[in-house]
Design a protein around this ligand. Structure first.
Ligand code: N01
Length: 545
């Protein structure tokens, strides 16, 4: 049933209509029969794929793996065009999902949730939007993404820039005409490395402002054929089941060998083969200890460095591009198409802003210590206030008026990345403390959506009104997340996983590095043990349902 009033009382409010919010709506409405309202800031479905329309935007997960598995007919009727789906293709897929499950009537578009307060007198969440909505809901479910709070650096002078500027995560729908323009790109993470080669083909000149050189693995888009994709479809059941139990949500067989147990020649041959195949397989299919052992990691890092030097013709530029200050894969591994080759173009200049820092933005461009770079357009590929930013931008208050942002001031505190103590009946899809960004996202999203709807179903069947994390269970989980991270090399990089990209953000490793499969097992055990670590309480009003 569609509820169409801005003052409604609903069973559930879901924030966000990307992969997570759409599937959550489908589960709660169509399986459990609940009244659900999704609020979505964009004017249509898609989440990340609605906003990220920058040139070259494509997913780094392979198409046949970056999709829903919950409905066999959906999986079989959709055909991907190649190895990695481009943003428009993923957006078409998500629109197809919205149409197929008739989701739009329960989504209020162009509406940003501004506040969610738990009303202890009613055991309901009171949720407000920037469009004047004020609704009551028993369940408040965030499907707000991990990388949705865009971050434009606070550089003096931006307001006075006379050209145009854009952030990759809020790209204009009509596109940007780069023809003949002098373009500056700040940032060389996943977004920057995808955008730079494409912009360079269109622009008059591109100046890249790089803070940290990165390790990249080639995408090799052409290595997957339609025949391969059709064959994958025939094996979807097996593939989808396998990806649920792996480390990262990809059904690749991980290597069991250490990089240190083979000689130099064999090691190089293994890296070469993975390099030719391209993509994330390089991380798992080569050696087992790249992410765990510094010496093993050094061999992979040195291999990538040699590839940079082989590809970039100007030795000075090549050395600027060579990463040295962090281990391979300790920041999000980047998958590129022609990134290093782009620096062989006449119309591309690299500025190493660690040695030649940005001082200010002037009316006509960017001034670094060593000179002025005149620009018509600035592209900020400068990333996100990751994982916690989407939460702290909403005024979320739990029991006793406790403010989530204050509770998380020293770093996010959750139980299983799903709930936070003191915030009853608030569930987070891919929240901090879950594998989320360290995994193939649709796999983690489906697991969370299904786990949450199972819990809600259990509550309805058992006459329970409130579910919340027990404080001790949460404290243990936070310790466990930190302990697992401490055994990896992730802590050796200044990454957004640690909040290091945001000035003043506490340095805490936010995702759970224990692996998708182990994590799923733990969540299943928690449910099987009667939702161990949760405080579940009944209520007369619910028993009457
Ligand atoms: O952001 P990032 P992103 N001055 O934070 C630099 C996912 N994603 O949008 O490394 C100058 O990775 C910053 O420098 P440094 C994916 O999970 C996926 O690219 O912090 N520079 C860095 O170079 C990804 O990891 C896909 O020193 C500044 C860059 O800007 C995540 O989203 C595609 C700066 C930011 O890189 C975020 O990626 C796109 C400043 N003040 C995104 N502040 C695919 O699947 C930051 N930088 C393909």
């Amino acid at each position: 049933m569609t509820t169409d009033t801005s003052r409604a009382e609903l069973d559930a409010v879901v924030v966000g209509a990307g992969f997570s919010g759409m599937y959550m709506l489908h589960r709660l409405r169509d399986l459990l029969g609940l009244s659900v309202r999704v609020f979505e800031a964009g004017d249509d479905v898609g989440g990340t794929w609605y906003w990220n329309r920058y040139p070259g935007a494509r997913c780094d997960s392979e198409s046949y793996l970056y999709c829903f598995s919950f409905d066999e007919d959906l999986a079989q009727e959709w055909s991907w065009s190649g190895k990695y789906p481009e943003q428009p293709e993923i957006l078409r897929y998500l629109n197809h999902v919205a149409d197929r499950f008739d989701l739009r009537p329960d989504i209020r578009f162009g509406t940003r949730v501004t506040a969610a307060h738990f009303r202890e007198d009613l055991n309901r969440w009171e949720i407000e939007s920037d469009q004047g909505d004020r609704v009551l809901a028993r369940y408040f479910i965030t499907a707000i993404g991990c990388l949705s709070a865009g971050q434009v650096p606070n550089i003096e002078g931006l307001d006075g820039f006379e050209g145009d500027w854009y952030h990759t995560g809020a790209w204009p729908h009509e596109g940007v005409d780069f023809a003949g323009k002098r373009v500056g790109v700040v940032g060389t993470g996943s977004s920057g490395v995808q955008a730079i080669p494409v912009i360079a083909e269109q622009a008059g000149h591109v100046t890249v402002f790089q803070r940290t050189p990165q390790y990249m693995i080639p995408a090799r888009h052409g290595t997957v054929t339609r025949e391969f994709l059709e064959e994958a479809k025939r094996n979807y059941n097996e593939i989808f089941e396998k990806r649920r139990w792996t480390q990262s949500g990809f059904p690749f067989d991980p290597s069991e060998r250490s990089a240190l147990e083979v000689d130099d020649e064999e090691r190089r041959a293994i890296y070469e083969a993975a390099w030719e195949q391209g993509g994330f397989r390089f991380l798992s299919a080569t050696f087992s200890d790249i992410a765990l052992d510094r010496r093993a990691n050094d061999t992979a890092a040195e291999f990538v460095r040699s590839k940079i030097r082989d590809t970039v013709r100007d030795p000075e530029t090549a050395e600027k591009l060579v990463p040295r200050d962090h281990p391979f894969a300790s920041k999000r591994t980047l998958i590129d198409t022609n990134y290093y080759e782009t620096y062989n173009r006449e119309n591309v200049t690299l500025v190493d802003i660690r040695h030649d820092p940005i001082e200010e933005i002037t009316a006509s461009g960017i001034r670094t210590r060593d000179g002025d770079h005149d620009l018509d357009i600035i592209v900020f590929a400068t990333g996100y206030d990751a994982m916690t930013g989407p939460f702290t931008r909403i005024d979320i208050r739990g029991r006793g008026g406790a403010v989530l942002k204050e509770k998380w001031a020293e770093g996010p505190k959750t139980y299983l990345g799903l709930v936070s103590a003191g915030f009853p009946n608030m569930f987070m899809i891919t929240g901090p403390g879950s594998p989320s960004v360290l995994s193939n996202m649709p796999v983690s999203i489906e697991q969370h959506v299904e786990w949450i709807s199972d819990l809600v179903g259990h509550m309805l069947a058992s006459g329970l009104e409130v579910a919340e994390a027990a404080a001790e269970a949460e404290a243990e989980w936070v310790d466990h997340v930190n302990e697992v991270a401490s055994k990896t090399l992730y802590l050796l990089a200044d990454s957004w996983y640690l909040g290091a990209n945001i000035p003043g953000k506490p340095r805490v490793f936010m995702p759970y590095a224990g692996g998708v499969g182990n994590y799923r097992k733990r969540c299943d055990e928690v449910a099987a043990a009667g939702y161990e670590g949760f405080v579940l309480r009944g209520g007369e009003s619910v028993a009457a349902r």
